[in-house]
Design a protein around this ligand. Structure first.
Ligand SMILES: [Zn+2]
Length: 589
């Protein structure tokens, strides 16, 4: 799972859009030739970069509109150089890294094919635009991995084609009967690692990724094996070899297990993972890659922090009988710098932290690994958070904003998912918070992790543990305040955004956040904040410990809304980029 919310919620309108596609096809049937070659024949006959979609007639001919505000939309993603220092790597590690970036590049191409049907044909249509429009359309297509705007419900920004909810995982002309067939799980069409296509007779069939993307995955596997042969790190060598095999067998289990054990400086997270791109069913995994280098100093500090978790559990501001110092989160946390990213994670909003693998068998056996992308966070602090603060945070508190506080908040947010109620007993019944709080669980858990993230830092400092300076209180407070606005901008329809609205409203009620009528800016009262954030942690943890669904609903109902004062503040942030568009000068070409 990726931590940063991405603008790809499931669309309630999916059936309507699918109908629109069918209508579009019906309209085109009369004007173009609609001969549908069998997919295998098409794959064999076409050069490997050509579209493997059986019918690209819908791409059509003739003039295509481009949205009038394209330049403003492009400006929402500010190009930002990510170029971590690699001097501490020896020549071998540098060579391994270069191979892994090549693999990542292949994943980018694979995801492009998964996200957008007929990408090559669409690209050819861009070449027909007036010369002065082509470059910006291409750049925005690269950000969105297609002609549909991920920020605006996948509406087309170039052309008029409706976005297929199932991306390119399924034929774009699926009928309702076929959708029912896929979702009844009886036909093997719902596989995580298959593309659904039509056979010669037009019937649906599942084509494993290893076949559909055979050429690219063979090339990726070869590069992984070359990197495995180079590296002197045993854990990396084992993972790379196993993952190479997985690319050709579609069985990722063993390599997912080995990924958990990596202890190398140079790391890669690569393969088909998340299923958000399949907006129709959420069945199909999207290719992506993170090439990273571990920060050894930060990892040391982290090890010490992890030892404090049982102590923090005992300090929680809730009834002692709810505390469980043996909760023992096995999940390792890594702090890394991103050297290159590709595929699913490169589209739209950039990931600052992720938690993988998703395979429940691996999670049972080894837990999951949380990876924090420190340089991506720093970039977002500079490019997004700081400009937001300059508009909404009281001027005399601006000097307290620090990139370190933004990082620490994210780090302790992640740690806090491992503190507090998890397995609980309700009316003598052993259960889990997640099961009892149902649809309210994610929102409440995210609000808890945010609030507890600050509380952890404060409690450790009050106990003179020596991790943070005395200035940490006002630095965390000011940076946290700006962070609320950044996160709420992603929308309160989703757990992270709603969790931030909850914190804002709660802290306003407690007098920790006040708005200055004269300037329209917001101020955070540091001592009141320290007290109120503990109260918020206590209230949420108690609801969780008691598994009280009704209380959780009532809490979210009471605090989860968008007050006018917050909406007015957000409206003043329109000119500030929504996210970064990473540039990797060493590797982009
Ligand atoms: Zn979280």
């Amino acid at each position: 799972m990726n931590h940063e919310p991405r603008s790809r919620r499931r669309r309630a309108a999916a059936p309507v859009m699918a109908t629109a596609i069918v209508l579009l096809f019906a309209a085109m049937a009369g004007c173009g030739d609609r001969q549908r070659p069998a997919p295998e024949a098409a794959m064999k006959d076409q050069p490997k970069t050509a579209d493997r979609d059986s019918d690209c007639g819908w791409v059509g001919t003739g003039p295509l509109p481009v949205v009038a505000d394209l330049d403003a939309r492009l400006a929402a993603y500010v190009p930002t150089t990510l170029d971590p220092a690699l001097d501490h790597l020896d020549a071998t590690e540098q060579a391994v890294l270069a191979k892994l970036v090549e693999v990542a590049r292949i994943m980018d191409g694979l995801f492009g094919q998964q996200a957008t049907p007929c990408a090559q044909a669409l690209s050819a249509r861009i070449a027909e635009l007036p010369a002065d429009r082509q470059d910006s359309v291409r750049r925005y297509v690269a950000i969105n991995k297609g002609p549909w705007d991920r920020r605006f419900h996948y509406e087309p920004f170039f052309g008029t084609w409706p976005h297929p909810a199932g991306a390119n995982y399924y034929p774009v002309d699926l009928t309702d009967a076929e959708k029912a067939m896929i979702s009844d799980h009886a036909n093997g069409l719902d596989g995580l690692f298959t593309m659904v296509r039509r056979d010669e007779a037009g019937a649906l069939k599942a084509v494993p990724y290893s076949q559909f993307f055979a050429a690219e995955l063979q090339q990726a596997a070869a590069l992984m094996r070359e990197a495995a042969a180079l590296t002197t790190n045993a854990s990396l060598k084992a993972f790379l070899e196993s993952r190479a095999t997985a690319f050709l067998s579609d069985d990722y289990y063993e390599s997912d297990m080995l990924w958990m054990d990596l202890d190398s400086t140079v790391e890669i997270t690569v393969g088909p993972y998340e299923t958000y791109e399949d907006g129709l069913f959420g069945y199909k995994a999207a290719f992506e890659a993170f090439v990273t280098v571990t920060d050894p100093v930060e990892s040391q500090r982290l090890a010490k922090f992890k030892d404090e978790l049982p102590w923090l559990e005992m300090q929680l501001p809730m009834d002692d009988r709810h505390k469980n110092p043996n909760r023992g989160s096995e999940s390792p946390i890594r702090v890394v710098d991103e050297v290159y990213s590709a595929g699913d994670t490169r589209a739209g909003v950039q990931t600052i932290a992720f938690n993988l693998p998703n395979d429940e068998r691996v999670r049972e056996a080894k837990g999951s690994k949380k990876v924090l992308l420190r340089n991506v966070m720093k970039a977002k602090f500079e490019q997004i958070l700081t400009p937001i603060a300059q508009v909404v945070v009281a001027e005399d508190q601006l000097g307290d904003l620090t990139a370190e506080s933004f990082f620490l908040h994210t780090l302790w947010h992640e740690m806090s998912h491992g503190i507090g109620p998890g397995k609980i007993t309700v009316d003598g019944r052993e259960t889990e918070v997640r099961l009892e709080l149902k649809d309210t669980y994610s929102t409440l858990e995210e609000a808890k992790a945010d609030a507890m993230g600050e509380w952890d830092i404060f409690v450790l400092t009050r106990a003179n543990k020596g991790y943070f300076p005395e200035t940490i209180f006002r630095q965390q407070a000011a940076t946290y305040l700006a962070g609320i606005f950044r996160s709420v901008r992603f929308g309160i329809g989703e757990a992270h955004g709603k969790a931030n609205a909850i914190q804002f409203n709660y802290l306003v009620e407690k007098g920790a956040i006040t708005s200055e009528a004269a300037t329209g800016r917001f101020r955070i009262d540091v001592p009141v904040f320290e007290k109120a954030i503990a109260e918020l942690v206590g209230e949420i943890c108690t609801i969780q410990a008691e598994g009280d669904y009704a209380a959780s609903q009532a809490f979210i109902q009471r605090y989860g809304g968008m007050p006018d004062v917050l909406a007015a503040a957000l409206a003043k942030l329109d000119h500030i980029p929504v996210d970064i568009a990473p540039v990797f000068p060493r590797w982009d070409h």
